[in-house]
Design a protein around this ligand. Structure first.
Ligand code: PEP
Ligand code: MN
Length: 355
């Protein structure tokens, strides 16, 4: 499934910005004007119908906001985007001529809803962005894309907005779980992946860091929420910044290249990569030797009727290796992940010997 050649999604370092929710005509026109003046923004976003986790919170201005979006586009020339979750939303958005629609995280989680949206979109050539589901389930994310494709919607992109986790211990509202998004990127390589630092962070402080991380991971673009008076926003106020700050953030991102023309750089890279290849070979030869020793221990345990798992001994290994690894500058978390993988394999080998 290819995106259209003339698709907005093909723009390098695509920048989508705008308020979480369209709250008033003035708010939207002011935001759009400031973003358009910068020349750095490709698409104006604003939620018209808001999917709220709890009732009794602002649920969007509704249909009237479609007129404000169209007026903002007429005023600034910026294409406009909004979220759709039902047949009625899609019909109204298409009738208004909205350029881009996105499927929100809560909707992607529900196959009945993604099917309904896909069917309502059939026959249109609107651009569709699919946010990751709230759970780290790549199958649901891919399923939504496939439903769209089956309804003939080909101009599709992905938005990574982080995942809802119970008691997340870090400072994110929706921890990014980069490895999940990167796997999705690998499994749907033809689709542009856009990062939404606003919903990942849920605050203003970490936006820049997350946005730069996405650029470093070769994402295609960014979606940033902004509001002329962020503290007064009716939804997601903690994570919104002013349009001027959004432009500054977008301009500060360093977009890196996947390749280079510099011969000198290519040569240096080649040498360093040769070292990596040699070291990988040595690391795995050593791990194989270690497994052979573990098997020998397994044979000794079998003959002498000893248990495979001797937790006191394993504790000693973990403590000694973690201490030595720290002296080489390796973190406790990294060392523990590697040791765990080695331990599981050793136990499996000894298990086989016992049987
Ligand atoms: C939004 O983009 O404002 C939104 C509701 O996002 P999400 O679906 O990622 O929660
Ligand atoms: Mn929001």
């Amino acid at each position: 499934m290819q995106t259209k050649n003339d698709s907005l999604l093909q723009r390098p370092h695509l920048a989508i910005a705008g308020p979480c929710s369209a709250e008033s005509r003035e708010q939207l026109l002011e935001t759009a004007t400031l973003l358009a003046q910068s020349g750095r923004v490709d698409i104006l976003r604003a939620g018209v119908w808001k999917p709220r986790t709890s009732p009794n919170t602002f649920e969007g201005a509704g249909d009237i906001a479609l007129d404000w979006l169209c007026e903002a586009r007429a005023l600034t020339g910026l294409p406009v985007a909004t979220e759709v979750a039902t047949t009625a939303h899609v019909e109204k958005a298409l009738r208004a001529g909205i350029d881009v629609v996105w499927i929100g995280a809560r909707t992607t989680t529900n196959p009945f809803s993604t099917q309904e949206v896909a069917e309502a979109l059939r026959g249109s050539n609107v651009t569709v962005l699919v946010k990751n589901p709230t759970t780290p389930d790549i199958g649901l994310w891919m399923g939504a894309v496939e439903r769209l494709n089956r309804c003939g919607i080909s101009d599709v992109g992905l938005i990574h907005r982080g995942f809802s986790l119970h008691n997340s211990t870090d400072n994110y509202r929706n921890p990014p779980l980069w490895q999940v998004a990167l796997e999705a990127k690998e499994r749907m390589p033809q689709l542009p992946m856009i990062c939404d630092p606003s919903h990942i962070c849920g605050n203003r402080h970490a936006l820049q860091k997350v946005a730069q991380q996405a650029a470093d991971l070769d994402y295609s673009g960014l979606m940033i929420e902004c509001h002329p008076h962020p503290d007064e926003a009716l939804s997601d106020k903690e994570q919104q910044i002013t349009p001027q700050e959004a432009v500054e953030l977008l301009s500060s991102i360093i977009w890196r290249n996947v390749a280079t023309d510099s011969l000198r750089c290519k040569e240096e890279l080649e040498q360093l990569r040769a070292s990596i290849d040699r070291l990988d070979g040595e690391i795995f030869a050593l791990i194989a030797q270690r497994m052979n020793v573990a098997e020998e221990i397994g044979r000794l345990k079998r003959v002498n009727n000893l248990t495979i798992l001797q937790s006191g001994r394993w504790q000693e290994v973990v403590e000694r290796v973690t201490h030595e690894a720290a002296q080489h500058g390796l973190s406790r978390e990294f060392t523990s992940r590697i040791l765990e993988a080695i331990h599981i394999e050793s136990i499996e080998r000894q298990n086989k010997i016992m049987q």
